[in-house]
Ligand binder design. Sequence first.
Ligand SMILES: Nc1nc2c(c(=O)[nH]1)N[C@H]1C(S)=C(S)[C@@H](COP(=O)(O)O)O[C@H]1N2
Ligand SMILES: [Mo]
Length: 419
Amino acid sequence: MKSKLLTPELHRQHLELTRRYFMQLGAMGIAAMSTLPLRAKDSDEVLLADVTEDLEYLTQANEFGTVERGKPLPYKLPLEKRLELGLERKTWKLEVIPDPKSNTQITNPLSRKKGNALDFEALMKLAETHSVKFLKIMSCNNMSKPLGMGLWEGVPLRHVIWKTNPQANIRRVFYYGHHNEDPKQLFQSSLPIGRALEDPPGDHPVILCYKLNGQWLSGRRGGPVRMLVPDAYGFKSVKWLKSVILTNNYQANDTYAGGNNDIASWMKTMARFIYLPRREKANEPIAVTGLVQVGVGSLSKVQVWITPQDKAWREDDPYFTKAPWQDAQILPPPTNWGGDLPEGKLPADVLGFTKEGKPKHWPMRYAIAHWATLIKGMKPGKYFVYCRTIDSKGNAQPMPRPFKKSGRNAIQKTEIEIG
Ligand SMILES: Nc1nc2c(c(=O)[nH]1)N[C@H]1C(S)=C(S)[C@@H](COP(=O)(O)O)O[C@H]1N2
Ligand SMILES: [Mo]
């Protein structure tokens, strides 16, 4: 059984949820969930509202997967040292300066040397009028499952850039985290200036992030302040942020470029299994559930395909585009978002949500969606089970793509024995 695909706590809650979901469906004598009309009847609405009640969509701060470098890790330094280095809110400072190797012109650099770098108080002053909150999945392009989803809060980076009074010759923003003054430990990333200054339709701003799920960002999660790039994989979201450099260099400086990664890729849509029994009796309905990382292409369908292990698939179709995929059901947004939010409720001012806390679209890009289905009428034997997504344009995601480095999103394969 592929069970440890989420954090243990999330997994436990998902099992609890789906067990109740499937029990109720059984009691109602519904043939298959994929044929269940989502909003057709009040009773379905009630049923779905009930069963999604306990499911955690937001990951608790300490349950996130972590990708980090640093010896020692900055947040494990003694408090005194952290205060000295500006790794606490009390002493944190961000410099926003021109690249000395470039011809960038700004008339008001915020510099540590000049003593006018942006401190936390000044960031909070900006937050009074400019702070935003949104959901985002943290996902490493090199990993097969998301690290977690957060409700992130911050000030759009552009407000800090405007403070420097930019004049000319800026094409990129370079930014750096604290790495013990050791060049080998440096973790850096960059964006085109245009992405910092404007957001594509429907996208959220790049933010200087200081809160996760309503709490101050912990050192482990990159606090006091990390960059957060909503549409990108995790490596753009630099932790322990201390420097922003405006440059006329048109080339990326990203640490991840050195790892053979496509550093300009948007987050991709992909489906993962969460729950699938390892064994099931013949002709018993098989409950299957999972999650979707909803990427730039959004999501219209989740599909599952079960096929006997001893029957090889046609060699001319390595991505199973012609396989008899079955639609699963995408679960509606939850009423309880989890993540240690009080009563699981989102605050009133989350981007993409109405004042009543309802998402304007669902599934929502860069947020997680859950799915479930029943596979019925299986005969004894060993099977492979696959899951995939269809994006909003009707393309199977992952599209046929033999390489991983622009974001790993393979069609997941698992096994079941019926007998
Ligand atoms: N300073 C710093 N920031 C960093 C990293 C790092 O090693 N150092 N890792 C990056 C990578 S590769 C990823 S995938 C994300 C992971 O974020 P998380 O550890 O909060 O889940 O952080 C990014 N930010
Ligand atoms: Mo990463």
